[in-house]
Design a protein around this ligand. Structure first.
Ligand code: ZN
Length: 436
């Protein structure tokens, strides 16, 4: 692999005017962009005119970055209530496309895009590909779905902007996927982590690994563990990269982890990231974990101010060893809606992963049961153990490590491997019976 080539490709999509800035100039750029954004919202977004009026604020109340915290958050519920096009901030003639987030509960969120939004998104996506070393010689197998949601078409636009070859498969039909992958000699796989794993297992099962030419995987859209990543990489013989994004903010492609795999770089010339305490809504000190809040700096169709993503991460302030000037966040380690609140302590799913990783004999699968009795909360952590482990000693060890890392005493029940329920989709790890 030629490092030289990757760097040359990368330059094409770097905004040299921006990345050449000194720290103080970068701050001035961000503040100027935010000021313009607020003016734009006050001028042309009925949604935000109303919101800012309710908060008793105008664009004039923003003098610098430290003032941003005065401004209200935008939530998914509000975007839902604005269905269908209540958040549109440009005249109809400027909208060239819409996308929609899947509405598993209630109404979906519709996001309108202008021609510039579509171009900016493709540029960000192409940057992601360039950052991980995809070149114009590559053939990119696109398995995420096409249609209302932002996945397939986003990958495709990024591939075309970069100048590589897009193979727009969409999801499903594994038979055909593998045939095309072999015949067309696809070199890059783009998919969700669960579909990548399914394909990897299928390749293994059919013994066709020597006919597969994949060298990299750009994987997104759900939280995946390091263990899952290793399985995908080993079975397909590829290096994988975690791509980040959400429909409300363009879609996937607003950030990706680089070849050093030390967090996700994000495109700070298009987006401003903050981390807040999900309970109090206050900004947390740099480096601390919390919920990611995103403000779009240049988006036209549906600009968003302080949008609560519910994704849990932290901003990594040290420069990355890869040399990229773009800032980084930690890989997403959970959702604030999955957070457990017990005995006044917030517990993130990632912390339970940490406890189990640090306890000899404990496996990765667990389930939390929360109950309330006589006004007091109780937590039972059911944990699978590695085969051959002594259940009683693992039980005691998990409880001790839990107390040490998270600070509260809980009850632990160790079970043999395979005792907890498995799910094709997302495993239900928390059973909260406190409100029943
Ligand atoms: Zn890096």
């Amino acid at each position: 692999m030629s490092g030289q080539l990757i760097n040359l490709e990368q330059y094409e999509f770097d905004n040299r005017d921006y990345i050449g800035l000194r720290a103080d100039e970068e701050r001035a750029y961000t503040e100027e962009s935010l000021k313009h954004l607020l003016q734009r919202l006050m001028r042309s977004s009925r949604f935000y005119q109303q919101k800012l009026e309710e908060a008793g604020l105008t664009a004039e109340d923003f003098g610098g970055l430290e003032d941003l915290a005065k401004f209200p958050f935008t939530t998914k519920e509000e975007l839902r209530e604005a269905y269908p096009l209540g958040i549109q901030a440009v005249p109809d003639r400027d909208v060239v496309r819409i996308h929609s987030s899947s509405g598993t509960t209630g109404k979906p969120v519709i996001i309108p895009y202008t021609a510039k939004d579509v171009t900016d998104w493709a540029t960000m996506f192409a940057r992601c590909f360039a950052m991980v070393g995809v070149t114009r010689e590559d053939r990119v197998h696109i398995t995420p779905g096409y249609g209302l949601w932002t996945a397939g078409i986003g990958f495709q636009a990024g591939v075309e902007r970069l100048g590589a070859m897009a193979i727009p498969m969409g999801p499903g039909n594994t038979e055909k996927q593998l045939q095309m992958m072999m015949d067309l000699k696809s070199t890059i796989l783009t998919s969700t982590s669960s579909y990548a794993l399914l394909l990897a297992e299928e390749v293994e099962k059919r013994g066709i690994r020597d006919q597969i030419h994949l060298r990299k995987g750009v994987i997104g859209s759900e939280r995946w563990s390091e263990r899952m990543r290793q399985r995908i990489e080993n079975e397909l013989g590829i290096e994988t990269y975690d791509i980040y994004g959400l429909t409300e903010i363009y879609g996937p492609g607003i950030g990706i982890d680089c070849g050093d795999h030390e967090g996700i770089h994000y495109w700070s010339d298009y987006l401003y990231f903050e981390i807040i305490d999900p309970i109090t809504g206050e900004n947390v000190p740099p480096g601390e974990q919390g919920e990611l809040v995103i403000t779009t700096l240049t988006k036209e169709g549906a600009p968003l101010l302080r949008y609560r993503t519910h994704d849990l991460t932290s901003i990594l302030s040290e420069p990355c060893s890869c040399g990229s000037p773009y800032p980084r966040i930690q890989r997403i380690f959970g959702r604030s809606d999955d957070m457990i609140k017990i005995k006044g302590v917030n517990i993130y799913p990632g912390q339970i992963d940490d406890v189990l990783r640090q306890t000899p004999g404990a496996s990765s699968e667990y389930q939390v049961h929360l109950t309330r009795s006589e006004g007091r909360d109780f937590m039972l952590l059911r944990v699978e153990t590695e085969s051959g482990a002594d259940l009683e000693s693992v039980q005691a060890a998990v409880a001790a490590v839990f107390k040490q890392i998270i600070g509260i005493l809980i009850e632990v029940e160790a079970t043999p491997i395979g005792a907890l329920p498995r799910s094709e989709k997302k495993s239900k790890r928390v059973v909260d019976e406190r409100d029943i």
